[in-house]
Ligand binder design. Structure first.
Ligand SMILES: Cc1cc2nc3c(=O)[nH]c(=O)nc-3n(C[C@H](O)[C@H](O)[C@H](O)COP(=O)(O)OP(=O)(O)OC[C@H]3O[C@@H](n4cnc5c(N)ncnc54)[C@H](O)[C@@H]3O)c2cc1C
Ligand code: HEM
Length: 393
């Protein structure tokens, strides 16, 4: 337990962290990545370069400090963090490394006058409390998925059973356990962690499971990112019969049970988790409105699959919006950015719906705003980030 004095010091540091939080975490990340090669593979360095990772951590630390008296109020954030950590196999032994770097950078960035021994001691105790909380919950998740049928801990070797081109940019990989064992069930919307060694360097990335499992294989669908390390490697060098290592599925962006009409909104490769959600929802009676936005028809993946499902399931309505107007895409339902007018027309009449959305950050910001404008209750829309969490307002 944190002492009252420690709590008071940590709370008093909040305004300081709010004004200088990012500088602190930037310094901290530089230190962590340069001095501790053992944790480097877990971080996507592109997210670090963009600053998004530092912002996500700064936000995590600030929220924690603000709620130090009522940690239960962190609910959603804790679940988000532990799921991201578990998918990348963050372990208890990594916490002291992060803790040391965080405390050293608090001292170096704030200077000895502000970061006195008492401040550092209070933060050390607070960090320990948070580390114990997170690593305890993470261990619970590791143990549960190890004990479940088809589950495992750490990496498991999977073989690429099929590699299927879905669009000019997206390719699917069907992955079977190399040991031919059972496969852990997952919730539609969840993702796996992939571990690869590229040019002698270990890297880890998350990929959403883009189809419900048939009990024998998982499917991921990967967009080739310009100059992206892992996506290009997968597209170019990983072929049928090759193996990759996976961490067990995780993620708190999950299709929840409900009778309300379901609205799935995606932009680009953000379609992947919504495909698994759609498959699961079509097994129930709820109406589904599937709205997808792509730059144009050439990069629109899974269109045939959705069209075929819509032909078989009258309760599924689908709408496609293309950013660019091309003669060959005349059958798109909308042209331009997916906006309030499109959503107003394409959502069910009732706004008492469950919405799940995902896409590039700018797309997500716009969707959140449009949903609010057309009267969808905020508490009924959920979203996931294909990178570190960001503010959508
Ligand atoms: C929960 C979750 C689910 C996901 N699901 C999917 C999915 O279903 N399908 C999918 O395709 N992706 C998914 N992603 C994204 C995926 O994890 C990878 O981030 C994505 O494949 C890009 O990785 P990469 O190694 O190819 O690119 P990276 O090497 O990470 O590069 C990404 C971009 O940053 C640029 N960049 C790299 N380094 C720097 C630098 N130093 N400075 C400036 N720019 C730089 C690159 O040029 C590139 O454009 C998901 C991510 C998360 C967190
Ligand atoms: C108390 C300690 C920690 C806190 C408060 C914390 C907080 C966070 C937060 C807020 C995120 C972003 C979540 C999201 O984007 O949804 C995150 C992601 C992450 N954390 Fe932690 N974390 C802690 C410890 C650790 C440790 C010990 C490691 C391992 C070295 C680690 C590695 C990562 C990685 C690899 C990611 C994902 C990075 C990415 O998207 O590139 N974290 N953490």
């Amino acid at each position: 337990m944190l002492s009252a004095e420690h709590r008071a010091i940590v709370k008093a540091t909040v305004p300081l962290l709010e004004s200088g939080g990012e500088a602190l975490t930037t310094h901290f990340y530089d230190m962590l990545i340069s001095e501790h090669p053992e944790v480097r593979p877990m971080f996507n360095l592109a997210n670090q370069a963009s600053g998004a990772q530092q912002r996500a951590l700064a936000n995590g630390v600030l929220m924690y400090a603000r709620h130090i008296d009522q940690l239960e109020q962190l609910g959603g954030l804790v679940s988000q963090i532990i799921n991201k950590h578990v998918a990348l196999n963050i372990l208890p032994e990594h916490y002291p490394i992060v803790g040391q770097c965080l405390l050293r950078s608090i001292r170096e960035v704030l200077g000895a006058e502000i970061a006195t021994d008492a401040v550092i001691e209070a933060w050390a105790a607070a960090y320990q409390q948070l580390a114990d909380l997170l690593s305890g919950l993470e261990e619970k998740m590791y143990a549960e998925r190890e004990a479940a049928p088809g589950g495992w801990r750490g990496t498991r070797l999977f073989r690429v059973a099929r590699k299927v081109r879905e669009s000019d940019e997206i390719t699917s990989f069907y992955l079977r356990p190399d040991d031919n064992g059972k496969l852990l069930a997952f919730h539609p919307g969840q993702y796996i962690g992939l571990r690869l060694v590229i040019d002698g360097e270990e890297v880890r990335r998350n990929y959403s499971l883009s189809a419900m499992s048939n009990g024998e294989e998982y499917r991921i669908s990967v967009k080739r990112e310009p100059n992206g390390k892992v996506s290009n490697h997968l597209h170019t060098h990983v072929n049928e019969n090759d193996t990759v290592e996976l961490f067990a599925p995780a993620g708190d962006f999950k299709l929840e049970d409900s009778d309300k009409p379901l609205v799935l909104i995606s932009g680009g490769v953000g379609i992947t988790p919504t495909l698994a959600m759609l498959q699961a929802a079509l097994k129930t009676d709820r109406p589904v409105h599937f709205i997808h936005s792509a730059r144009h028809g050439g990069v629109h993946a899974f269109r045939d699959v959705i069209d075929q499902l819509a032909a078989r399931h009258p309760k599924l309505k689908r709408f496609y919006c293309y950013e660019q107007r091309r003669a060959e895409d005349a059958d798109a339902h909308g042209i331009g950015y997916l906006d309030e007018k499109h959503l107003d027309a394409w959502l069910p009449r009732t706004r008492d719906v469950d919405v799940y959305f995902l896409g590039p950050i700018a797309f997500m910001r716009a969707i959140k705003k449009h949903l609010k404008a057309i009267g969808v209750p905020e508490s009924q829309s959920r979203y996931e980030f294909f990178g570190p969490a960001s503010a959508l307002e």
